[in-house]
Design a protein around this ligand. Structure first.
Ligand SMILES: Nc1ncnc2c1ncn2[C@@H]1O[C@H](COP(=O)(O)OP(=O)(O)O)[C@@H](O)[C@H]1O
Ligand SMILES: [Mg+2]
Length: 593
């Protein structure tokens, strides 16, 4: 094709070759741009081919272009000297890799000097770049090349989902649409030969309540139907919920731990040996009201100094407190009989703790954790609700949306933590049960919107639980088929541990210089300049970079089929409407719920 065009091709030549840059001079840019009619106009980010022959082409990406004027002195027909201004376009470009016999390889060190021909890369050649690394079966596609919408840019779907991915960009850059597109694509991709749902399992932690609209058939969980049993919380989470962490009172912690462990043993139906292995973190039922009762007794006991306390139960039987009898303090209606002389009273140590616990138990906003339903739900049903398995198989669902909107702020971290941890542990134990030659039967993706809200760089106590749980998945999840999708408008504020484990990044428009620099660090040195494009990207445009894609590429995300709900209120349009009456009662009722 190149030969055919040669006569009409404008003069374009490589005028300098550096290790990671080539400089090209072009006489007539518009002619040069349209050599290949399939291509859109050349612009920064477009691909060119530099070659010696047709079987060996260096693919470069335009980083900048400028105009140079050259002044030539000429003598015209009448013998007078005149200055002729020559306009030349200077294109600077970065090598991406070479196409050798239609196979693309990254890196561009094998160009012989001086290269002879330069032309815009043909659409066919660009397609070859993206097809080189990925087989038809692994191909996963949700975007096209920014400079040519005809060219699909697939990623390796196995690598994309197996190794955690991140979507970053300022507000309005298109992150939520990207999430919707990627996940809709994942849910709809199928092998031939069966009807119904595919085997994708996706959990979205939705902060703004925007994904229900994008996934109308999802398993939708919000504060009104979420059941999260408090008894599955681990030691950190329980401590975060019930103990005043600022007080840092060791006594409170140890008596609470003792009560919970002992109560778990009491309710366990196992034999004595198995019971002896039960610990604070065992995922077993305990009754929080019984624990409260226990604390109250221990509190009374603390008041009496230098006194042996004898407990008397409702039948009149007496006992003293010991490890053996500790579980009797879960009983109601015990009375105290003192022995010895009381020399004074200590301030009851646990009174603040007890008050705090009672307030929590009466807090209606925490019903999803502490109500009867949360007490009685089984371990199995708790897990099933989060990965879309239903007793009615018609109601199974690929996508589970956990709408965090109504979760009280102080319980947000433990909610995210408990769900994430349970799904990770589910993957862990599932794998243990499998044959060695099967890696995972139900890979799960956990997607976190606004991730800086629960996995920030900050070490504040209030983020500890969710951070620990998600960081653990970042480090170990992929062995057990549990992957993270991290979405954030402030990548520089998200935990480094999390991002350092992400292997594919979809970086959308980013205006903050710290965040831009963050993305720059992800790119190979030769391509760091691509981040200069980040502030000027349009909604839906992205820099796609990472292990699952052949080369870092500027792409445009395809439109999703149903879009997430926009949180933008159309102020001026709503204001233009007629004055609206408001049903204050209804609102207040909702408020008080
Ligand atoms: N791939 C896309 N193509 C075209 N427009 C898009 C695309 N993605 C997003 N947009 C537009 O950009 C706006 C913001 O998108 P959104 O996903 O809500 O951004 P973010 O989640 O980053 O705040 C939306 O109103 C949407 O119409
Ligand atoms: Mg969003």
């Amino acid at each position: 094709m190149a030969n055919q065009n040669e006569a009409t091709e404008p003069n374009a030549e490589v005028i300098a070759v550096y290790p990671n840059r080539v400089k090209i001079s072009v006489d007539d840019l518009s002619k040069f741009s349209t050599i290949d009619s399939q291509l859109e106009k050349l612009r920064v980010g477009s691909y060119l081919e530099v070659s010696d022959d047709d079987n060996h082409k260096l693919i470069v990406i335009i980083e900048s272009y400028s105009i140079e004027y050259k002044e030539d002195k000429v003598i015209d027909e009448s013998g007078e000297e005149r200055i002729l201004k020559n306009k030349k376009y200077i294109i600077e470009a970065n090598p991406l890799g070479t196409l050798v016999n239609d196979k693309f390889q990254r890196g561009g060190d094998s160009l012989t000097i001086p290269p002879t021909k330069v032309r815009p890369a043909s659409a066919d050649d660009i397609k070859k770049i993206y097809q080189s690394d990925v087989t038809e079966n692994e191909k996963f596609s949700f975007a096209t090349l920014l400079t040519n919408k005809e060219i699909e840019v697939p990623v390796n779907g196995n690598k994309f989902f197996n190794k955690h991915f991140a979507i970053v960009g300022s507000t309005g850059s298109g992150k939520s649409h990207t999430v919707a597109k990627v996940l809709q694509e994942a849910v709809s991709t199928k092998n031939a030969g069966y009807d119904g749902l595919n085997n994708s399992h996706i959990v979205i932690f939705d902060v703004h309540g925007e994904y229900k609209k994008a996934f109308p058939n999802s398993n939708y969980i919000d504060i009104d139907n979420l059941t999260l049993p408090y008894w599955l919380l681990n030691s950190d989470e329980l401590t975060e919920l019930f103990i005043d962490t600022d007080a840092n009172d060791h006594n409170q912690r140890s008596v609470f731990q003792e009560a919970v462990t002992s109560n778990k043993k009491k309710h366990s139906k196992d034999d004595a040996l198995t019971k002896s292995k039960i610990h604070f973190d065992s995922p077993l039922f305990f009754d929080i009201n019984e624990v409260l009762q226990y604390l109250k007794y221990r509190n009374t006991e603390q008041k009496q100094k230098d006194t042996t306390i004898i407990w008397v139960d409702s039948t009149g039987e007496e006992f003293t407190f010991s490890e053996k009898t500790s579980s009797r303090l879960f009983e109601k209606g015990l009375k105290i009989k003192e022995k010895g002389s009381a020399t004074g009273t200590l301030n009851s140590k646990f009174i603040n703790f007890i008050n705090r616990l009672e307030i929590k138990l009466n807090d209606k906003r925490l019903d999803f954790l502490l109500n009867e339903k949360a007490k009685n739900i089984t371990f199995e049903n708790t897990i099933k609700q989060f990965i879309g398995y239903s007793d009615d198989t018609n109601k199974n669902s690929n996508v589970t949306i956990i709408d965090l909107g109504g979760i009280p702020f102080e319980a947000l971290s433990i909610t995210v933590s408990l769900i994430s941890r349970m799904l990770f542990e589910f993957g862990f134990y599932y794998k243990k049960k499998l044959n060695e030659d099967i890696d995972c039967e139900t890979p799960i993706l956990l997607l976190y919107e606004e991730a800086h809200k629960y996995v920030p760089k900050s070490d504040l106590v209030k983020y500890r639980s969710s951070k620990t749980a998600i960081e653990r998945i970042a480090k170990e999840g992929r062995k057990y088929g549990v992957t993270l999708g991290i979405v954030s408008q402030r990548p520089s504020e998200v935990s480094e541990t999390i991002f350092s484990q992400c292997n594919t990044f979809i970086a959308m428009r980013l205006t903050n210089p710290d965040d831009q620099n963050y993305v720059k660090k992800l790119l190979p040195d030769t391509m760091g300049n691509m981040t200069e494009m980040l502030p000027s990207l349009k909604a839906g445009d992205a820099l796609l970079v990472g292990e699952s894609i052949t080369i870092p590429s500027l792409v445009h995300l395809n439109e999703c089929s149903s879009s997430p709900k926009s949180s933008d209120i159309k102020y001026i349009e709503v204001w233009k409407e007629k004055w609206k009456e408001v049903k204050f009662d209804d609102i207040i009722k909702e408020w008080k719920k």
